[in-house]
Structures are given as C-alpha cells and as structure tokens.
Design a protein around this ligand. Sequence first.
Ligand SMILES: Cc1cc2nc3c(=O)[nH]c(=O)nc-3n(C[C@H](O)[C@H](O)[C@H](O)COP(=O)(O)O)c2cc1C
Length: 135
Amino acid sequence: MIFALLYSSVAVTALNDDELTSLLSTSRRNNEADGLTGLLLHLHGGDDDKAWFVQILEGEQAAVERTYERITRDELHDDVRVLESGPVDDRRFAGWAMRLEQILVRDLRTENSPAMADLVRDPRAMNALLAGHRA
Ligand SMILES: Cc1cc2nc3c(=O)[nH]c(=O)nc-3n(C[C@H](O)[C@H](O)[C@H](O)COP(=O)(O)O)c2cc1C
C-alpha cells in the first residue's frame, strides 16, 4: 500500500538557492533511505517577502508519518497543516526522492483568487497545482 500526505506551511522567510539546495540534499538522502518520493513547492515572490511550502510525501505509511513529524518540527516553517492524507493507488512522483519546484506567487494569483494564505490551505487548489508538475 502506498500512503500519501499533502501538507502546506508558512515559511519563516523565503529561502535562497543555497538554503534550498541544502534542504533538498538532506531530504533526498533521507527519503531515498526511507523509500519516499514526492514534490516540494516553494511559493514566493509576491508583493511582500512571504513564502509558503506545499509538499507531498509518498511511501510506506510509517515512513511518511515519521518524516512528516520531523518536518513539522523544522524551524524553517510554521503552521504546518495536513491538507490530505491516506492510501493511494500509485505514486505521483515515482522516481523523485524529492523534487523541488519554485512557484512565483505573482504567476499564481489572478485578480479574484483568494489570498495566498487561504489558497495554500485549499486541498483542491493545491492538488491541482501538484498535478501541473507531474512528470
Ligand atoms: C519544507 C520542508 C520540507 C522538508 N522535506 C523533507 C523531506 O522530504 N525529507 C526529510 O528527510 N527532511 C525534510 N525536511 C528537513 C527536516 O525538517 C529535517 O531537517 C531533516 O529531515 C533532518 O535530517 P538529518 O537528521 O538527516 O539532518 C524538510 C524541511 C522543510 C522545512
């Protein structure tokens, strides 16, 4: 059984390339060892300095939950909230111990879209965003 967990969080600050590279290499090393795959979105570049993370973790349930618990304690972000979790038929990001995509908030927002803080809490909107990044 494959288990998937989708969460979003508020970044303490937008991360620069070096910080993201370092985060990604730690994540890939651990996830590879744990048989996890997934996608991490770093949403930034709006009117202010605000940034958010959206991540999906896929794999064995115990490994997903253990990793998620560790991630929630990371001081790089706050307000970590599960949007969706449960068994799935297939991995959506098989082959990626963790893939990173940078999302520019100004590309995402349209005139009538809800505030980013609300958008990143919306499981349907965030699933749609992930779907756009499938291999
Ligand atoms: C947004 C975000 C996503 C993360 N994703 C992962 C991940 O997929 N896998 C992982 O092991 N750690 C991830 N981390 C890092 C963990 O919080 C933690 O620092 C790391 O797992 C510690 O690993 P280490 O003990 O090997 O240094 C993430 C952190 C943040 C802030």
